[in-house]
Design a protein around this ligand. Structure first.
Ligand code: GUN
Length: 292
């Protein structure tokens, strides 16, 4: 069993991005600038946005954090999005999800200029990705592709079972792993909350991507010997032994599943750090005007 070390790969990618930023600066070019919009006080979102801003500093990007509390209206948020769309110094920006319930998230994401949509959530980017055209790829699936590629994991002709059909991870992951490219060329089964006999599917899987947000959901009896298991779960669970009183738990029962796997991602230190570096890579491409 091998660990897919997302933390280590993220450091390699950040060094690469840092070097590119140095080259841009030396040539007198514009320093990439990422903005993040955070509305409300969701604990997880605070952490993720904090990681994103810190990563920008690490690689030498400029970053701007726009914060609003829960009382922010949809109209106010749309105005912020509009200002970021118009601001020539901002190369790309993200609106951190989830948004408070009184805001229509779809409406907000559709207001983002697709050329600045470094999260890859705008329907134009999703459509372009579907058709195999150049597009910003959503950060988490893009990070998983990087991980599979870095470890030279064979995907062609393999059966991949994705658990979870979210717009952020499961759905785009299923499209990307089925595309005619490497990593890709898998036969993909997309399982979700209405799938009956999930275990019948997962037992056939050469690659499992667990992205449903239920701690420890994938158990050893659901996994074929030698499978590659990618755990996207990051749920906070109570843990009195930790200073914060909680720890992050993946969707996979790691201790019992890992011995059966050829490769597996840990939580934390697997997919999470690559979500951040994928965002940096998208922002770098935005700044260089590389995406369509
Ligand atoms: N919430 C959970 N994942 C993501 C992500 O990749 N981008 C944004 N904007 N919000 C998220």
């Amino acid at each position: 069993m091998h660990i897919l070390d997302g933390k280590a790969l993220s450091i390699i990618i950040k060094e690469r991005v840092t070097a590119e930023v140095e080259t841009i600066k030396d040539a007198g070019g514009k320093v990439p600038h990422l903005a993040a919009v955070l509305v409300g006080n969701d604990g997880g979102s605070e952490t993720y946005v904090g990681h994103k801003v810190k990563a920008c500093e690490y690689v030498g990007f400029n970053s701007t954090l726009v914060r609003r509390d829960d009382s922010c209206t949809e109209a106010e948020l749309l105005e912020i999005v509009n200002e970021l769309n118009q601001n020539p110094d901002i190369d790309g920006f993200i609106v951190q999800l989830p948004l408070p319930k009184h805001i229509n998230g779809d409406k907000v994401l559709q207001a983002v200029d697709p050329k600045k949509d470094v999260d890859g959530f705008h329907p134009i980017n999703v459509g372009r990705m579907m058709q195999g055209l150049d597009a910003y790829l959503p950060a988490t699936p893009y990070g998983i592709l990087q991980l599979l590629e870095h470890y030279h994991i064979e995907t062609s002709g393999k059966h991949c079972v994705v658990i979870g059909r979210s717009n952020i991870v499961g759905s785009p992951m299923s499209v990307l792993l089925a595309r005619n490219a490497y990593p890709g060329n898998c036969t993909v089964t997309l399982c979700h909350s209405r799938t009956g006999n999930l275990r019948d599917f997962t037992l056939q899987a050469d690659i499992i991507v667990a992205a449903l947000g239920k701690p420890g959901f994938v158990t050893a009896d659901m996994v074929k010997e030698g499978a590659v298991v990618i755990d996207v779960g990051t749920t906070r669970v109570d843990d009195a032994t930790k200073k914060a009183g909680w720890r992050l738990s993946g969707d996979v029962d790691f201790d019992n599943v890992a011995p059966k796997c050829s490769y597996i991602t840990p939580v934390p230190g697997g997919v999470g750090p690559l979500t951040v570096t994928s965002l940096l890579m998208n922002t770098l491409r935005a700044a260089k005007g590389e995406v369509y």
